[in-house]
Design a protein around this ligand. Structure first.
Ligand code: ZN
Length: 105
């Protein structure tokens, strides 16, 4: 069963990410209008804004037992997206840790 999206059901970290996205949703177009030389950055911002949005791309899984449908939204894999940047940072730390201290966990 899919749970409806509500701000109160989100963790503080998720709420912070939502605020970050909301700032760009509200002000990016006007900012880009005043600073047209930043047009090259627009692709990154648009990817971040669409990160986790099923409308921008998703995988649909069907449970073979109960036939319940699960929608998993694609992430943007951008370091500008807070949720994707966290994963990128964790992977980088693990890679460096393994290089510096092989086999130590
Ligand atoms: Zn992302």
């Amino acid at each position: 069963m899919l749970v409806p999206f509500t701000l109160s059901a989100m963790t503080p970290l998720e709420q912070g990410r939502n605020v970050f996205k909301q700032i760009f949703t509200d002000g990016w177009a006007a900012f880009l209008g005043r600073h047209p030389r930043l047009t090259a950055v627009d692709e990154v911002v648009q990817k971040m804004l669409g990160c986790g949005d099923p409308a921008k791309g998703h995988a649909l899984y069907l449970c073979p037992d109960c036939l319940e449908r699960h929608v998993v939204a694609f992430s943007c894999k951008s370091r500008f997206s807070l949720s994707c940047a966290k994963v990128y940072g964790q992977n980088w730390v693990e890679t460096v840790q393994e290089m510096l201290h092989p086999g130590v966990k």
